[in-house]
Design a protein around this ligand. Structure first.
Ligand SMILES: Cc1cc2nc3c(=O)[nH]c(=O)nc-3n(C[C@H](O)[C@H](O)[C@H](O)COP(=O)(O)OP(=O)(O)OC[C@H]3O[C@@H](n4cnc5c(N)ncnc54)[C@H](O)[C@@H]3O)c2cc1C
Length: 414
C-alpha cells in the first residue's frame, strides 16, 4: 500500500460510522472518507418506529456521534453524496457528481431498503415506507391528524409502527399473509403472544390474507384484502421486509449471495473490500453457515470488526445474533438463530408477559427471547454458546438457575 493511504466507507449509518470511529481509535491516521446519501449525520434506526416516531426522542439522541465528532477525528463526512460506481480493478469509487476517489481499503455498508408493494394502487398518496429519519418525520406528521391507519405486514417494523400509531391515538388495522405477527422469526407460539397483545390494544387484526389492491382517487382510501374484506385507510404503512443494497457491489463483480458475500473476517471476494451490517451475508463459524442479519447489533459490532481487519487484523465475527423490540409495554431481547426448531419452552407464564422463551432443536437451545425480564442476558448467552443438551423441565423451572441447565449430562437425553 502507498505510504499515505485512503480508506473509504460507503454508507454513513451505524455500521459505517462505527467502523470510522474504530479506524481512528485503532490509530489509522491517514485519509478517511465516510460517504452517505442521506443529508444527516449517521444515526440509529430503531427509534424511528418507536420513541422517535412518537415524538418522545429527538434526532441528537439517536445520532451515532455528536456533530463535532467527525471534524474532531478528521473523518471526511460527505453527506447527500451518492456513490454510483465501484471500480475494483483500479481501486476507486465514483460519485454521482462524477468525482472519483481512490481507496486502499473500502468498506461497503450500504444497508438495506424496504421491499415495495406491487399491487394495484401501491403508488397512491398516503402509502408510506419507513427506513430513514425523513420517513419517520413524515410519518409522525401524518399521524398527528390521527388518521385511520392500515399496516401491511406484521413483521418488526409493521408491528412497532402499529403499536406507536395506537399509542398516538389512531385507529389501526394490521394484516399479514402469515397466521400471527412475526411468525417468520418467532414461530406461531410466540407470535401468538404478539397477536394477543395487539388485539388487547385495539388493533384490528387480519391474518392469513393477502392484498388485492389499494384503492382511492389520488390518495389511498381503502385496502382490499384477498378474502373480500375492505379496510378504510387514510394512511397505509408498508412493512414487508427489506432487501440488501447490493447494486454497486454486484455491478463491480463482487460475489453476491443474499447480500454481499463475506467470510468470517467480513472480507468480500475482493481482498481490499469489506462489507458490514444489513448488506453483508457473513459466514458465521458457530452455525457453519452464512447469515445476513438485519439487526442493529450486527451493524454496531460488524463495523468495528471490519475496521480492524481493514487495518490488517484477522478478527472473526462470531457474535451471537441479537435484536430487540419494544411494543407497548412489552420489551424483549432475542438472542440466537433458529432457522429450524422442534420445540418452544417457556420459563414463566407467557400470559403475564414476563417470561423467557427458548427455541430448541434436538435438545439444544438455539435461540431465546427474554420478554420484560432483563437480568438473564449473560446466562442465556452461555447457554447458547455451550450448545449442550438441556432438560426442558429444568429449563422451564424458574427456580433452576440457567447456568445449572447447561450441565445436564448428555447420557440423560431421553
Ligand atoms: C424503523 C426501523 C426500526 C428498527 N428497529 C430495530 C430494532 O428494534 N432492533 C434491531 O435490532 N434492529 C432494528 N432495525 C434495523 C437496524 O436499524 C438495521 O439493522 C441497521 O440500521 C443496519 O445498519 P447499516 O449501517 O448496516 O445500514 P443502514 O442503516 O441501512 O444504512 C446504510 C446507509 O448507506 C446509505 N447508502 C446506501 N447506498 C449508498 C450509496 N450508493 N451511496 C451513498 N450512501 C449509500 C444509505 O442511505 C444508508 O444511510 C430497525 C430498522 C428500521 C428502519
Amino acid at each position: 500500500m502507498a505510504s499515505s493511504q485512503t480508506f473509504v466507507i460507503i454508507g454513513a449509518s451505524l455500521a459505517g460510522a462505527k467502523a470510522a470511529e474504530t479506524l481512528r481509535s485503532e490509530g489509522f491516521a491517514d485519509r478517511l472518507i465516510l460517504i452517505g446519501e442521506e443529508p444527516v449525520r449517521p444515526y440509529e434506526r430503531p427509534p424511528l418506529s418507536k420513541d422517535y416516531l412518537r415524538g418522545e426522542k429527538g434526532f441528537d439522541e439517536t445520532a451515532v456521534h455528536t456533530a463535532e465528532f467527525y471534524d474532531q477525528h478528521a473523518i471526511e463526512l460527505r453527506l447527500s453524496t451518492v456513490v454510483t460506481g465501484l471500480d475494483v480493478a483500479h481501486g476507486r469509487v465514483t460519485l454521482a457528481s462524477g468525482e472519483r476517489i481512490g481507496y486502499d481499503r473500502l468498506l461497503v455498508a450500504t444497508g438495506s431498503t424496504p421491499r415495495r408493494l406491487s399491487v394495484p394502487g401501491a403508488d397512491l398518496d398516503g402509502v408510506r415506507y419507513l427506513r430513514t429519519v425523513a420517513d419517520s418525520d413524515e410519518l409522525r406528521r401524518a399521524l398527528e391528524g390521527r388518521p385511520q391507519v392500515v399496516v401491511i405486514g406484521a413483521g418488526w417494523i409493521g408491528a412497532e409502527v402499529a403499536a406507536s400509531a395506537r399509542q398516538l391515538g389512531s385507529e389501526v388495522a394490521m394484516l399479514d399473509v402469515a397466521s400471527v405477527p412475526l411468525e417468520r422469526v418467532l414461530g406461531p407460539e410466540v407470535g401468538a403472544i404478539y397477536r394477543d397483545l395487539h388485539a388487547e390494544q385495539g388493533v384490528d387484526l387480519h391474518f392469513g390474507v393477502g392484498i388485492e389492491a389499494l384503492a382511492g382517487s389520488g390518495t389511498v382510501e381503502e385496502v382490499r384484502l384477498t378474502d373480500g374484506t375492505r379496510l378504510p385507510a387514510q394512511l397505509v404503512v408498508v412493512g414487508v421486509g427489506v432487501q440488501p443494497r447490493v447494486e454497486l457491489a454486484q455491478a463491480a463483480g463482487l460475489h453476491i449471495d443474499n447480500g454481499i458475500a463475506v467470510d468470517e473476517h467480513l472480507q468480500t471476494s475482493a481482498p481490499s473490500i469489506y462489507a458490514a451490517g444489513d448488506v453483508a451475508n457473513a459466514y458465521h463459524p458457530r452455525y457453519r453457515s452464512s447469515i445476513r442479519l438485519e439487526h442493529w447489533s450486527a451493524a454496531l459490532n460488524q463495523g468495528p470488526v471490519a475496521a480492524r481487519n481493514m487495518l490488517g487484523s484477522s478478527i472473526v465475527y462470531d457474535r451471537t445474533p441479537y435484536f430487540f423490540s419494544d411494543q407497548y409495554d412489552l420489551g424483549m431481547e432475542y438472542r440466537g438463530w433458529a432457522p429450524i426448531f422442534d420445540r418452544v419452552v417457556f420459563r414463566g407464564n407467557p400470559a403475564s408477559r414476563e417470561f423467557i422463551a427458548f427455541w430448541l432443536h434436538q435438545h439444544r437451545v438455539v435461540a431465546a427471547m427474554n420478554a420484560n425480564v432483563w437480568d438473564q442476558g449473560d446466562a442465556i448467552e452461555a447457554l447458547l454458546a455451550s450448545h449442550a443438551p438441556v432438560d426442558p423441565d429444568r429449563l422451564a423451572d424458574p427456580h433452576t438457575g440457567l447456568t445449572e441447565i447447561t450441565r445436564w449430562d448428555r447420557q440423560e437425553i431421553p
